[in-house]
Design a protein around this ligand. Sequence first.
Ligand SMILES: [Zn+2]
Length: 291
Amino acid sequence: MSDLRQRFYMENCPVRGEVVHLEETLQTILAQRDYAPAVQILLGEMLSATALLASTLKIQGRISLQIQAEGTFKWAMAECNHSGEVRALADYEAGPRFNEADSSQTVLATLVNPVLFISIEPDSGERYQGIVALDKATLAECLMQYYDLSAQIPTHIVLASTAQRAGGLLIQLLPRNNEEEQEWVDEDLWPRLTLLTETLKTEELTELDAQEILYRLYNEEDVRLPDAEPLHFGCTCSRERCANALQQIGVQAVRETLEHQNPITMDCQFCNTRYSFTAEEALSLFGEHLS
Ligand SMILES: [Zn+2]
């Protein structure tokens, strides 16, 4: 199993974490569009990050990260749901141009007034949206700042990607049981664990499997691994959603569209599935018939 999320705990220690690895899934997603290498790396990091963040939620639903900017690079987004389905997309058709050697940091540095939205959409219940300043050099640093300010759970995140493989690691310090525990954990353990985590190199995060990564980093701790969960590409598009979209633009707009496009076709940007509605089908959504 190459595309997975591996949770880990440390025995007698208020720390939990996750490692994610994406390979086939990443390649499937990156093949859907013609992205520059630097954008591929950014999308790989965003995918790893959403898979990590999804693991911290206890909801049925999905979490997405969306970068929005004002320049020619308009947006990039990645999403993960509770069953490990991920998808991602970026829109920067009008440029800018990136070089072969550019990284995700180059992309972030070129963005004009960028903002990072973190959206949590439970299948039932209220939607949550947080906004994060994209004013650090890396996506991981921006996300850590978000945790610092909002969640108040000490969280350390590392992300890495190539055009073939992406990986990420998240480690969190859970509430301590008593003052004594708080002291040794805060003064010794947590700083040591975050320092160790920072030593991970891109190659290690993208090439090694989860167990090997955890062994290299934390072999002095008693690390426990429950079963890993698979991650895979999945799209939430459907004919029903397209029909809803047509109903939202209204019968007048649908009639106008039919004049130059019959049947009406709608392409999912994420998976390239084409949905097609004949005039009869489109009008029947409004209880109308061809006249
Ligand atoms: Zn789709």
